[in-house]
Design a protein around this ligand. Structure first.
Ligand SMILES: NC(=O)c1ccc[n+]([C@@H]2O[C@H](COP(=O)([O-])OP(=O)(O)OC[C@H]3O[C@@H](n4cnc5c(N)ncnc54)[C@H](OP(=O)(O)O)[C@@H]3O)[C@@H](O)[C@H]2O)c1
Length: 212
């Protein structure tokens, strides 16, 4: 989000309750900052309800907890979502049986497809769910080029997201995996990703595809 604002985009973050998000004294586990401290450093980024953020955006990003994504999008409101491109970076992680998480949908279906079925007029593009947030907007943190994937049913929407990944985030290798059923594969990569994070003790790694 900060990267998008840096690139001159007018960004709004949605939350269930802006007042409690601003009052939350619990630091975020990745940035180790409270939301209000973070926002003080990014005053140009607005905070609103999910509905206000969805109404504000031309391009939408679903970065909500997988188990809450459908609820968050319902709160965003179909009328604010329809016709728009939604980059879905969520993962269907199920922590109900502890660690490591399992997936609450997989194999013959995916969270990306569940979102599309619930909101058929939204142009869902699955992307960025296979790597950690710091790398999403800064692939150059790794010593060699790696890959990011896109999958979705709308070619124009995928081209829009690919342009964002390349021009705003600096990706060189964006692999189009085909339609949204490809989200099954990119979501099912998560158990491997979690395993790799555990054994390497870092989240700063990514997949590289080498072909003939
Ligand atoms: N963090 C990463 O590096 C990373 C990498 C790849 C993919 N992802 C995926 O991106 C998504 C976001 O991850 P995150 O690490 O930023 O944080 P997160 O804690 O998984 O998600 C926080 C967001 O989810 C919303 N939320 C939580 N429960 C909800 C519910 N029951 N109903 C509606 N909304 C709910 C929160 O809304 P409130 O503000 O109202 O609490 C907040 O917007 C996840 O699906 C994750 O798997 C994350």
């Amino acid at each position: 989000v900060a990267k998008l604002a840096e690139r001159g985009r007018a960004v709004m973050i949605g939350t269930r309750n802006p007042v409690s998000t601003l009052a939350n004294a619990q630091p975020d586990r990745l940035s180790n900052q409270t939301f209000s401290d973070w926002q003080a450093q990014h005053p140009q980024i607005k905070l609103g309800t999910f509905a206000e953020a969805a109404a504000h955006g031309e391009l939408l990003l679903n970065a909500t907890t997988g188990s809450g994504s459908l609820d968050a999008l319902k709160l965003a409101g179909e009328q604010n979502l329809n016709g728009k491109v939604l980059v879905d970076i969520s993962n269907p992680l199920d922590f109900s049986r502890g660690l490591p998480p399992s997936l609450f949908v997989s194999n013959t279906d995916s969270l990306g497809e569940q979102i599309r079925r619930a909101f058929p007029d939204v142009k869902v593009v699955k992307s960025l769910n296979t790597l950690t947030a710091a790398l999403m907007v800064n692939p150059g943190l790794l010593p060699e080029p790696t890959a990011v994937f896109v999958g979705g049913n709308d070619a124009v929407a995928k081209a829009t997201v690919t342009a964002l990944l390349k021009n705003d985030f600096g990706w060189q290798t964006v692999i189009d995996l085909g339609d949204l059923s490809s989200a099954r594969g990119t979501e099912m990569v998560l158990p491997l990703w979690v395993n790799l994070m555990g054994v390497q003790q870092t989240s700063l790694f990514n997949f590289k595809i080498v072909r003939q």
